[in-house]
Every structure is written in structure tokens, then in C-alpha cells.
Write a protein that binds this ligand. Sequence first.
Ligand SMILES: N[C@@H](CCC(=O)N[C@@H](CS)C(=O)NCC(=O)O)C(=O)O
Length: 219
Amino acid sequence: MAEEVILLDFWPSPFGMRVRIALAEKGIAYDYKEEDLKNKSPLLLEMNPVHKKIPVLIHNGKPVCESLIAVQYIDEVWHDKSPLMPSDPYERAQARFWADYVDKKIYDLGRKIWSTKGEEQEAAKKEFVESLKLLEGELGDKPFFGGQAFGFVDVALVPFYSWFYAYETCGGFSIEAECPKIVAWAKRCLLRQSVSRSLPDPKKIHGFVLELKKRFGVE
Ligand SMILES: N[C@@H](CCC(=O)N[C@@H](CS)C(=O)NCC(=O)O)C(=O)O
């Protein structure tokens, strides 16, 4: 049966990038549909009626919502190539733990860095750097979070690297000076086409963040 794969996405979304990377790792051809989140398509509302958010992976007409769930689904369906999840159940649980940690910390703190000022921004910067340092500890001396091979935690975290320039510029700090190992790891990930082709230009993300700041009246 011919596979029909559609991705509802929005170019600056780190969550969308995760699904793009997973599909690219597996070499899956798909139809990319850009959403206007200010004017959501009827297809998005039909496919993700609960959260009404992108990304949504639509596989043969059936939607899979939530980026980390979609990445795991892709890994299970196309299991013959580039495994993203470890085969050992305990290691799998650990990978899910760290991907969940990324979800609980990095997006919200990054958002606070560009959308707040003064004490609130300083606190967000501090916690953001602390979270990345913790992730650096977990990475240790391994090339990727799961060891020698690029995997699930890498897919979960690396999209945020395309936002680092915006965080640094808005926050007036250097992530590389604070967390050199994370930046070296991200550059290693970017050597993979699956990643380099899925992440937008950081300067373009910064331009998008400046638009958001205007829209939300920050500064
Ligand atoms: N937990 C979700 C987060 C997805 C998400 O926050 N998507 C944003 C774009 S980055 C969205 O669609 N926002 C539209 C809205 O909230 O109305 C995931 O991992 O997929």
C-alpha cells in the first residue's frame, strides 16, 4: 500500500522540527503543509481538535499529535532504518525522561528570556543555563545523548539550537560561554542532513522573535 504522510507544521516551531528530523532520518517522503496559526486550517482543527496545535503527523488519514509521541510513532512504524529509541527498556525509559525534561524546561524558559525583562528575565536566563548544564552532565563525554548513535533525546533537544541566537541576543548572554559542550554537541548534530535541513536559519528565527515581541508589546 502506498503510504500517505502529511505534516501540519509551522516553520519556526521546535516541536515541528522534531518531526521533520525523525521523518528525514527514516527517509520518508511527505507532504509538508505550513499552517497559519492565527488562522488555523479546517484540517488542523479536525486532526487536532483537543489542542489545535501543530505539529500533527497524518499517516494514511490518521492523526498523531504531540511531537514526542509523533517521533516515537515514526520510529515504531519505520523501524527498519535509523532506530531513534534504544532497544533496552531501561534506556528507553531514561531517554523518555530526558526528552520530557527538555519539554518541561527549555521551551518555557527560552520564551521567558525573549518575552520578559529585568528580574524575571535574569531568573529565566539563570534557570535556562542551569537546565542546559544539567543536560551537559547527562551528555557527559558521549557524542550523542544515547551514546554513539543519534537518537530520541537529540531529536527532542536540537531544534532549540536554532533559537539560541534569538535567546542570546534578547537576553544579552552567550550560551556557548556557559555551556560549550551543549553547543559542540548541537554542531555535531547539525552535521547530519536530517538536522541541518530541518532547522531554519537562526537569524530568521531571531527576526520572527522580534515580530513576536512587537505583537506582544515587549519593549
Ligand atoms: N506539546 C506540543 C507543543 C506544540 C506547540 O506548542 N505548538 C505551537 C507552535 S510552537 C502551536 O501550535 N500553537 C498554536 C496555539 O497554541 O494556538 C508538542 O510537543 O507537539
